[in-house]
Design a protein around this ligand. Structure first.
Ligand SMILES: Cc1ncc(COP(=O)(O)O)c(C=O)c1O
Length: 347
């Protein structure tokens, strides 16, 4: 295996050594399998092939300063997977099995766990797919649960750098009372085309509005939105956004800094009032936005409004402070006063 350049890792699929698997059939999960075979054999009629019965999680493991290996808040991911699986009517591994398979994935792919000091981590991707062959639109208790991993660095190519976002006026992500708050594959399928167009136009992120009225900010295609106004950390309250574990963490960090935390609907017009704004999530950590354009039709040049936060290339002081605190805890450089790190024994 060629040596990995830990400092230039991006964020993408990666072929590590092993995959961890279990199959739920006849009312129980099969014994956990550690395999070097990365291919599933699926019936062409499998639920997930036609009906997108597929959901996942994303969490990170860190080699910390003192040598220990910590997974960041896996209890939250286990609970969120359960909530998503319930929504799709799928069987779901319990917390103990979720933890065990994530830990097995790390143990069996240690050569891909970035050493401390490179701002890199191991991303764990638990995947739950419905594999029963059927045409009927009803749940069936059969699924594969797999955990794979990838060494990752920065999602957008550089840590803590600001980027431009766009509100794609003619695309929505989630319907009112729909699936927006669940981590299902289908919520991402509808973002591929607008992302492609936005990237071609030089935007890094898509900021979706609430689809019912388009009056409020929902979230980015890959992450939650937050804005900073004076001493306030403001983030949308919406039934259509994924309950981000990073956002939840940042709200606690902001409160620790003595900031006021407001979780409430954010009218689009209020974007003008934020001094800083950014995307937050496991993958993107904190990614500040320089500005966000609103385009009525994404494919066309016309921009309705531009909301400016920090000048291009400048990262605001609050984003910097939040980023340093959360990554400091993840890498074991700062005290984990909230008990967010789950240590993997024996590594
Ligand atoms: C649509 C969406 N929103 C928000 C997030 C952030 O959630 P978390 O902080 O739990 O990773 C993610 C990604 O993980 C996401 O895909």
């Amino acid at each position: 295996m060629a040596a990995i350049d830990w400092d230039s890792l991006g964020f993408d699929a990666y072929r590590t050594r092993t995959l961890i698997l279990s199959h739920y059939v006849n009312g129980e999960w099969s014994p956990i399998k550690v395999t070097e075979d990365f291919f599933f054999t699926l019936d062409p009629f499998a639920q997930m092939n036609h009906y997108a019965i597929s959901c996942f999680e994303g969490l990170k493991a860190f080699r910390q300063k003192d040598g220990r290996v910590a997974i960041f808040r896996p209890d939250q991911n286990a609970a969120r997977l359960q909530r998503t699986a319930d929504y799709l009517g799928m069987p779901c591994p319990d917390k103990e099995m979720f933890f065990k398979m994530c830990e097995e994935c790390i143990r069996n792919n240690m050569e891909f766990l970035p050493p401390y000091g490179h701002k890199a981590s191991m991303y764990l991707r638990p995947l739950l797919i419905g594999v029963h062959p059927q045409m009927q639109l009803v749940p069936y208790p059969e699924a594969i649960f797999a955990v794979m991993c990838a060494p990752v660095g920065s999602y957008y190519g550089e840590h803590l750098k600001s980027f431009a976002g766009v509100v794609p006026g003619n695309y929505d992500r989630a319907a009112p009372k729909g699936s927006g708050s669940y981590k299902i594959g289908a919520n991402y399928a509808c973002t591929f085309k607008p992302y492609k167009i936005a990237h071609e136009q030089g935007y890094t992120e898509l900021l979706y509005l609430n689809s019912a009225t388009r009056e409020y900010v929902d979230e980015f295609g890959s992450s939650n939105f937050f804005g900073i106004k004076g001493n306030k950390y403001v983030t949308p309250l919406s039934d259509s956004v994924l309950p981000s574990i990073t956002n939840k963490t940042l709200q606690e960090v902001a409160a620790d800094f003595g900031m006021e935390v407001e979780k409430r609907p954010i009218p689009v017009d209020e974007l003008d009032e934020f001094e800083e704004a950014g995307a937050c999530g496991t993958a993107v950590v904190i990614t500040p936005m320089s500005h966000i354009d609103m385009k009525p039709v994404l494919e066309e040049d016309k921009v309705d409004r531009t909301f400016r936060f920090m000048p291009d290339g400048v990262v605001g002081p609050v984003c910097t402070k939040l980023y340093n605190r959360i990554t400091g805890i993840q890498f074991g450089e700062l005290e984990d006063t909230h008990g967010w790190c789950h240590y993997v024994e024996g590594l």
